[in-house]
Design a protein around this ligand. Structure first.
Ligand code: AMP
Ligand code: ZN
Length: 136
């Protein structure tokens, strides 16, 4: 897609600190990192979000994440990492070219990604029922 910043990174029209590339996937450092080493893993082909992306491409992305993540951990001395995908504006998606965030985590980084809430009496069962009804 011509007006997509990540497509431009794929072809080299926009500079990026690339850490991995193969014929299907590119990984580069996020320009505004949550922690040092925060990496975006993207398919070379343009898909807007996870629901828009064929299963084979998702498999390629997850394989790349598994390949890259240990090196990110070692490279920045992280103790763990979060893997995240924002889907849709309400979920914080800003760039509409699918990307997996690998966010290095450190034992004492004090980051809180999100907080849990609770269900009212019977609400969890209702929500479960509604979701299951669309899966049949
Ligand atoms: P999201 O909110 O999931 O759409 O995430 C988009 C991410 O892309 C943000 O974390 C941005 O910091 C990052 N980003 C945007 N432009 C660039 C760029 N040119 N190079 C590296 N990361 C970028
Ligand atoms: Zn794109």
């Amino acid at each position: 897609m011509t007006d997509c910043i990540f497509c431009k990174i794929v072809v080299g029209d926009v500079p990026a600190e690339k850490i991995y590339e193969d014929d299907k996937v590119v990984a580069f450092l996020d320009i505004s990192p949550i922690t040092k080493g925060h990496t975006l893993v993207i398919p070379k082909q343009h898909f807007k979000d996870i629901l828009d992306t064929p299963d084979e491409v998702l498999a390629d992305l997850i394989s790349a994440v598994k390949k890259i993540a240990p090196s990110i951990k070692r490279g920045v001395g992280a103790d763990g990492f979060n893997l995240g995908v924002n889907n849709g504006a309400a979920a914080g998606q800003v760039v509409y070219h699918l990307h997996f965030h690998i966010i290095p985590r450190f034992e004492y980084d004090n980051l809180k990604m999100w907080e849990g809430s609770s269900y009212a009496e019977g609400e969890m069962e209702d929500v479960g029922k509604k979701i299951r009804s669309y899966l049949q």
